[in-house]
Design a protein around this ligand. Structure first.
Ligand code: UGA
Length: 433
């Protein structure tokens, strides 16, 4: 083993922790993953991957020899030179981030004689690093270093995002700790942004807020397109060519979901509010997104009248394709609203389950979901939907109404397949203004 190979303990075997562990192992480091979930650790030891993330299973398999999994803090920390914190930080009732899992890791760190650097991967409020520093010092662990090393990986592309990132951000109190964390990434070709800890923490929150702002912005443009007879897909293409604006994150749809954006928007809003600042743009971004998730209901009522007793097929449950994650998924909000309107809801998703959606029937194929339905709503743009024979689907429906909540399908082709087709912000393309 080369002398650049380090020993890393990763606390948390969720999406972020497992991707971090697998990727560091791929870079040649020895990584021990620790989680309190006994079943999860047992599964990982058996070689099973408890989450759906493309490429992760291969990476874990390929680097098996450099990876270990444990529930024991002591075992994970044995010889560790770096401690990566990758535990959940869900919102509390007040909208602040719940840092209890972070504090547990910090408080459980055993006494060590050698230099260990704690690196924060979990998304935390600005100021957390400062508090961790104080807590470590109070425990007599002044010699334990601290760095903020936020993640910018998106679910579904997390492995590639980690190994080929746009940038690596490292904030540290101590120059040497920052350098040591930077050196862990040797082999990755990306700019490294070195910063103070608070700025690194803010970079993470600001990056997500910027992306969310683009989504809510294009969704509002879409809504105005609908009212005025324009096509948001064309508009996004037209503005995206401007290099100052760029093309990404301008897909209008049923709003953003997932384990990050909704949580992080609340956390940043609360962080600002706690210091007496009213973050107006962010508040609008959140509100637009909430309304956007519900807009499809209005479209269905326009097309079908009352939804009571109507059978509605939801195509897609995951908050985006290539993941089984349904946290804050727009499909769940839609299902809840449809059930409240008295509709019968049937759902299809190639990977995600309808767990927690009481009263929703889940079926194995798109054709089955649409059979006898009064309308279908495309909620998640799964690539599998490109291979569907839509004419057959239309024929099987009670009324062939399709609302494309992701502007995935071609309006002309859908009309030719027999659908009354509507989408998001596509009045010019769908003739629905
Ligand atoms: C997001 C960020 O993209 C990552 O950089 C970040 O590291 C991560 O959050 C995090 O904080 O951990 P993720 O939530 O996995 O990643 O997924 P995205 O691909 O960003 O999509 C989020 C939501 O926005 C999805 O519901 C997606 O459908 C929606 N979206 C995205 C749109 O509605 N329109 C777009 O143009 C892009």
């Amino acid at each position: 083993m080369s002398d650049t190979s380090k020993r890393i303990a990763v606390f948390g075997a969720g999406y972020v922790g497992l991707v971090t562990a697998a990727c560091f192992a791929e870079l040649g480091h020895r990584v021990a993953v620790r989680d309190v979930l006994v079943d999860r650790i047992a599964a990982l030891r058996r070689g099973e991957v408890p989450i759906y993330e493309p490429g992760l299973d291969d990476l874990l398999e390929r680097n098996r020899e450099r990876l270990s999994f444990t529930t024991e803090v002591g075992e994970a920390m044995d010889g560790a030179e770096f401690v990566y914190v990758a535990v959940g930080t869900p919102p509390t009732y007040s909208g602040d981030a719940d840092l209890s899992a972070v504090w547990t890791v910090i408080d459980e760190l055993p006494r060590v004689d050698h230099r260990v650097v704690v690196a924060m991967k979990s998304t935390v409020p600005v100021g957390t690093g400062e508090k961790v520093r104080l807590r470590l010092d109070a425990r007599g662990l002044e010699h334990v270093g601290y760095a903020s090393n936020p993640e910018f990986t998106a679910e579904g592309t997390a492995v590639a995002d980690f190994l080929e990132p746009d940038r690596i951000v490292i904030g540290s109190f101590d120059e040497t700790d920052g350098e040591a964390v930077a050196a862990l990434h040797d082999g990755i070709d990306a700019p490294i942004v070195r910063a103070d800890v608070a700025s690194a923490e803010m970079i993470k929150l600001a990056a997500n807020a910027a992306l969310m702002t683009r989504i809510s912005f294009i969704n509002e443009i879409a809504n105005v397109c609908e009212a005025t007879g324009a096509d948001v897909v064309k508009v996004a293409e037209g503005i995206g060519h401007d290099r100052r604006i760029g093309k990404s994150f301008l897909r209008a749809g049923v709003g953003f979901g997932g384990s990050c954006f909704p949580k992080d928007s609340l956390a940043l809003k609360q962080l600002a509010a706690n210091s007496g600042y009213h973050f107006q743009v962010l508040n609008a971004v959140i509100e637009v997104n909430e309304l956007q998730k519900r807009r499809v209901i209005g479209k269905l009522v326009e097309l079908l009248g009352s939804l009571r007793g109507k059978r509605i097929a939801l195509l897609g449950l995951a908050f985006k394709p290539n993941t089984d994650d349904t946290r804050e998924a727009p499909a769940f909000v839609l299902a809840g609203r449809l059930l409240a309107e008295g509709a019968d809801v049937v759902a299809w998703d190639p990977v995600a389950g309808a767990d927690g959606l009481y009263g929703v029937e889940q079926v194995a194929t798109v054709e089955e979901a649409a059979r006898g339905a009064d309308a279908a709503v495309l909620v998640t743009e799964w690539p599998q939907l490109n291979d569907v024979d839509w004419a057959v689907v239309a024929q099987g429906m009670r009324t062939p109404v399709l609302v494309d909540g992701r502007n995935m399908l071609d309006p002309q082709a859908m009309r030719a397949a027999g659908f009354t087709y509507d989408a998001i912000g596509r009045a010019a393309a769908t003739g629905s203004a």
